[in-house]
Write a protein that binds this ligand. Structure first.
Ligand code: HEM
Length: 207
């Protein structure tokens, strides 16, 4: 039983950092093409359509859906057990630990809405291709824009703070100095990715 929990936790950790981390970077990169207007984003999306369908669906299921479902469901189980104030860490670590949990809960709701609406309903059920124009229309509603920025920021913070906790979990950063250094670098990455998100979201109002 102890071993099962240990390995499940390690799998959850690897899944979050390596698999979902790559998905997040790819997603931010593709979406940033909106900075170059309709042509920029639509070309990036069309290039994805060039990937042969069996490989594309294989990646969607094996590389995104399964890892996300495992990380999300096991993450809910961990979060329900969480003691929200681990006293052996500093003040900033305590706050970051709590935000890590809040962002996890927010992501459950946001990702069900985001994936359920855009990927499953719009693209899957109605067969409408996702394009700059479609998203521009979607973002006419300011509440949608705010929720999307919050959703992206939540995923970015959750991932970047996860880099710090991952390094602790796996014994990569052992002393407080190394933990602080990785903590600072990951928060700088967090700030940079959050800024990129605001810039690409703003692009929908400039063209
Ligand atoms: C679907 C909603 C999600 C839930 C419920 C969730 C839940 C959690 C929880 C509870 C932890 C802390 C684990 C621990 O303390 O041992 C965690 C860690 C982590 N999550 Fe998530 N998560 C979600 C989505 C994501 C996404 C989308 C990403 C990537 C963009 C991600 C990346 C990470 C990383 C890198 C860690 C750190 C792993 C570690 O400390 O070793 N998570 N997640």
């Amino acid at each position: 039983m102890f071993h099962t929990t240990f390995y499940l936790r390690r799998l959850h950790s690897i899944c979050g950092l390596l698999v979902l981390g790559m998905v997040l970077f790819e997603h931010i990169f593709t979406n940033s093409m909106a900075i170059f207007g309709p042509e920029g984003l639509n070309t990036a999306l069309e290039m994805m359509e060039l990937i042969p369908k069996p490989i594309f669906y294989g990646l969607e299921i094996g590389g995104i859906a399964v890892p996300l479902l495992f990380h999300g469901i096991y993450g809910i189980y961990i979060a329900l057990q969480a003691k929200n104030n681990p006293g052996n860490y500093g003040y900033v670590r305590n706050i970051n630990f709590a935000i890590q949990r809040w962002t996890a809960w927010f992501l459950v709701v946001f990702l069900v809405w985001h994936v359920g609406y855009l990927r499953c309903y719009v693209k899957g059920v109605t067969g409408t291709p996702i394009s700059f124009e479609l998203l521009q229309n979607f973002f006419q509603n300011p509440i949608v824009v705010i929720l999307y920025i919050l959703g992206m920021w939540a995923a970015i913070f959750h991932f970047c703070n996860g880099i710090t906790t991952f390094c602790m979990t796996w014994g990569i950063t052992k002393g407080p100095r190394a933990q602080k250094a990785v903590g600072c670098i990951s928060m700088m990455l967090c700030a940079a990715l959050c800024a990129v998100t605001v810039i690409f979201m703003a692009s929908y109002f400039m063209y």
